[in-house]
Design a protein around this ligand. Structure first.
Ligand code: KG4
Ligand code: ZN
Length: 355
């Protein structure tokens, strides 16, 4: 373990010594860089590739990697400029190491290694999911543990108990599709483009969420796991059975009912897990946490239970590099030459998401 790293008492303070960080995130289809100073976001730049992938109905890994390659240097420069800093001024460079599209991750990791080496700075290899959790640590939210965290993104859906930002503990996760995946596929079934989340939410705003009764995965269970494969298939069947004309007429109702079936178990199990663990707060994270209905429903369940709801700004819920800079302050840094051998990984190790 690198020197200067201490776990434990520092709950809201990160780690002394390394707090001014240039962070890079390229795990999927956003090229992002940020400068954070402790919990303060000095700059956060996100160049989204989403439009590039729209014609394909999803992210094309090779296209994503090539686009990162063409964009990452300019995004890093913009983040440093916006923070009014030169690379020499930062304490460390941080980068998303895992999980994600391997080619996309490699671009960020190679860039971060080159910058760290050139400037003689330590490198911090961060888990993307740890980043989503640590978004709640950033100001102005600056959430103090303990709390239960929900990460609902395109690739993951999980609940963690966070007593310490350095060591989130997994409580439960999806047994099949991620919530964001179900949302994107549902949106596609309803003829909306990629990415589907924001479009589905806009369409659902004009619909009746009780119009269709879609099944809620693992409805009878009270644990912290999720399942979204069934609801996705149910929408497919409903659309097939209704026929084109009727689907056209009732698209908003279908969207609202489908969105409800996906976000309700997220809100319910998140608050339930906090009550079971006896912690006073829950935090929303990951792209799906940008969803207004999920936020409202979580508040609805939490209020009578006496649980507080922390929801980072939407821009800190969807992929960004500021959250990577936050998690870096709870992750052991690597100095040269140790980081030379550290590489991108498509998945998180079974042991967990923190280093
Ligand atoms: O965390 P994220 O930006 O990237 C991953 O790490 O996957 O999450 C992306 C997911 C996509 O499935 C997208 O459709 C969903 O978050 N999303 C939303 C909304 N905004 C993004 N889902 C529902 N409502 C939204 N407003
Ligand atoms: Zn993400």
């Amino acid at each position: 373990m690198a020197s200067g790293w201490a776990r434990g008492p520092a709950r809201l303070t990160g780690r002394a010594g390394i707090r001014l960080i240039l962070a890079i995130e390229t795990s999927c289809d956003e090229t992002a860089a940020a400068v954070v100073d402790g919990p303060e976001v000095r700059s956060s730049v996100v160049a989204s590739q989403a439009r590039l992938h729209t014609p394909y109905g999803g992210v094309v890994p090779e296209v994503a990697a090539r686009q990162h390659l063409g964009t990452v240097n300019a995004v890093v420069d913009e983040a440093l400029d916006a923070a009014g800093l030169a690379l020499d001024a930062v304490d460390a460079v941080a980068v998303t190491q895992r999980p994600g599209l391997i080619g996309a991750l490699l671009v960020g990791v190679a860039t971060a290694k080159a910058l760290a080496y050139g400037a003689g700075k330590p490198l911090v290899m961060v888990d993307h999911l740890h980043g989503h959790i640590c978004a709640s640590w950033l100001e102005p939210l600056a959430l103090d543990p303990p709390f239960v965290s929900l990460i609902a993104s395109g690739g993951h859906t999980r609940l963690d108990l966070v007593d310490d930002y350095a060591e989130p503990r997994l409580l439960g996760s999806t047994l099949d599709d991620a919530a964001g995946e179900a949302i994107d596929k549902g949106a596609r079934t309803l003829g909306l483009g990629y990415p589907g989340g924001p479009a589905l939410e806009r369409l659902a705003a004009d619909g009746d969420r009780k119009a269709f009764e879609f099944p809620v995965g693992l409805a009878g269970r009270t644990d912290a796991d999720f399942s979204f494969a069934g609801v996705k298939t149910a929408l497919l069947y409903a659309v097939r059975d209704l026929g084109e004309q009727e689907v056209g007429r009732r698209r908003a109702d279908l969207a609202a009912s489908y969105q409800e079936a996906v976000v309700r178990p997220l809100a319910q199990r998140l608050v339930g897990a906090a009550v079971d663990a006896g912690v006073p707060a829950v935090a929303l994270g990951g792209g799906v946490a940008a969803n207004g209905r999920l936020r409202a429903l979580t508040a609805e369940f939490a209020e009578p239970a006496g649980v507080a709801v922390a929801a980072p700004d939407r821009a800190l819920c969807t992929d960004n590099a500021a959250m990577i800079g936050a998690a870096a302050q709870f992750t052991p840094p690597l100095s040269w030459p140790r980081y030379a051998g550290a590489d991108a990984m498509a998945t998180s190790p079974p042991g967990g998401i923190a280093a």
